[in-house]
Write a protein of this length. Structure first.
Length: 462
């Protein structure tokens, strides 16, 4: 509810309360019946002084008049036959009052009574009875009072509201609008100061000064933030370069180490062959060592090429089909070791934009790692699942093998890190690289002795 409406309600409630109070007082007065109209009192006074009885019948508010002569105690006046009995009773009451020899002048809603026991008075006692017109005149006066008070109340509400609107509400509305502008970060408008040296004017002055200070501080802060962002960006660029150089050094060192091992065996075998004097069987063994070493070097080089940037033609890949093809490539090896390959990829999961061969290779690496995690001679299960969750394609490969301890799980995607005797430490690193290239993420959940689950999430339509 706005401040304007609340003020109007408060002012109206106060004035309506005053009006109800006046109405209540008027009703209480009318209920007591002590009031008659001023015109009725004038008629009653005239009737107590009038000497001609015919003139009494023309008084509109008089029901009857009864008077007593001071000398003869004679009753005279003006009344109708239906009031004759009441007139006689009133005459007896007047005689009793005259006998008291006390002047009296009183009136109520029933009538006007005047007692004057002096010998010079034209009448020793007089009673004028009012009719309904006398009381209705009083109520009419109350109604006019209510009308005047109600009209005055409405005018007072309107005038009070206009004054408050000009002196309070309008400046507060301007302050509210200016505060909203400042909160939005825009330059603050200058709020016009109302006339007069009052609290509202002082508030407007302080707000304008505060808004200017806030805007100046915000401008300086934005400049400092931009400068800090520029310096942070430059530092980030330098850090990225340093990280790339460190990663390149780590990669080169690992690559050299992995190649140096088989290369040393190849060189030893070639030296023996060059020296000669070997039996044909021994020479064949050395030639096999040379071929095995070179084959291992070729495998390492081929896997390293996966980390090299290359252009690829993106296409809509069905990851469920990639899961089925990867499982098919690994099924013969799983059957030979007695491992059950459980594939849940019947429904197509399309919309991933990427390279189908790379995704198949990544899934195949995960399936082979899962098979290797199951010890030789023990039956186990490797589960491959493809599904859609919202705007993502989810590929999940899990096994019930030996699992990994926290330290191994933390380092398992590092280049050249492996726990297998014949491993190269490139399998999971290649998977991570392919997933990132497709804008996705990879999560590894494992527990020692309970198995491992690898979850790949790839965006659909990206």
């Amino acid at each position: 509810m706005s401040l304007r409406l609340r003020l109007l309600i408060v002012i109206g409630a106060i004035n309506v309360g005053l009006l109800l109070l006046v109405v209540w007082l008027g009703l209480e007065t009318a209920a007591t019946g002590e009031q008659v109209s001023p015109g009725a009192l004038v008629d009653a006074f005239r009737a107590s002084e009038e000497t001609e009885l015919e003139a009494l019948g023309r008084l509109r508010t008089i029901r009857y008049v009864v008077r007593l002569r001071p000398s003869s105690d004679e009753v005279e006046g003006s009344w109708t036959p239906d009031t004759e009995a009441e007139v006689h009773r009133m005459a007896e009451s007047l005689r009793a009052l005259v006998d008291e020899q006390q002047p009296r002048f009183e009136y109520d809603r029933h009538g006007f009574t005047r007692i004057d026991p002096s010998p010079r008075a034209p009448w020793s006692a007089c009673h004028v009875a009012f009719n309904e017109f006398a009381r209705e005149g009083a109520l009419e006066g109350l109604r006019q009072t209510y009308i005047l008070f109600g009209s005055g109340t409405i005018l007072l509400i309107g005038a009070t509201f206009l004054v408050l609107r000009r002196l309070v509400l309008r400046p507060l509305e301007q302050l509210s609008e200016a505060a909203r502008t400042v909160a939005e970060g825009k330059p603050p408008p200058e709020v016009p100061r109302p006339k007069g040296n009052d609290e509202v004017g002082n508030l407007v002055d302080r707000f304008n000064r505060m808004a200017r200070e806030v805007h100046e501080y915000q401008t300086r802060l934005e400049e400092r933030v931009l400068d800090a962002l520029s310096r942070a960006k430059a530092a980030e660029n330098r850090l990225v370069v340093a990280q790339r150089l460190a990663a390149t050094g780590t990669l080169a060192a690992g690559f050299a180490h992995e190649i140096n091992n088989p290369l040393g065996g190849v060189l030893n075998a070639l030296r023996k062959l060059r020296e000669g004097g070997l039996s044909p069987q021994r020479s064949a063994e050395y030639f096999d060592l040379v071929f095995d070493g070179l084959e291992r070097i070729r495998t390492i080089v081929e896997r390293m090429l996966h980390f090299a940037p290359r252009r690829r033609e993106p296409s809509d890949v069905d990851v469920a089909d990639a899961c089925r093809r990867a499982a098919g490539l690994a099924s013969h090896r799983a059957e030979r070791r007695g491992i059950r390959l459980d594939v849940h990829a019947d429904r197509p999961v399309k919309g991933v934009i990427g390279d189908a061969q790379e995704l198949t290779q990544a899934i195949l690496n995960l399936v082979l790692n899962a098979e290797d995690a199951i010890p030789e001679g023990r039956a186990g299960t490797v589960r491959v699942e493809a599904r859609q969750e919202g705007n993502e394609a989810v590929i999940e490969v899990s096994d019930d093998g030996v699992g990994m301890d926290p330290e191994t799980a933390r380092r398992c995607i590092d280049l050249f890190f492996t726990t297998k005797p014949e491993g190269t430490g490139l399998g999971l690193a290649i998977v991570q690289f392919i997933v990132i290239e497709h804008g996705g993420s990879m999560d590894i959940r494992t527990e020692r002795g309970k198995g491992t689950t690898v979850i790949m999430r790839l965006p659909i339509g990206a």
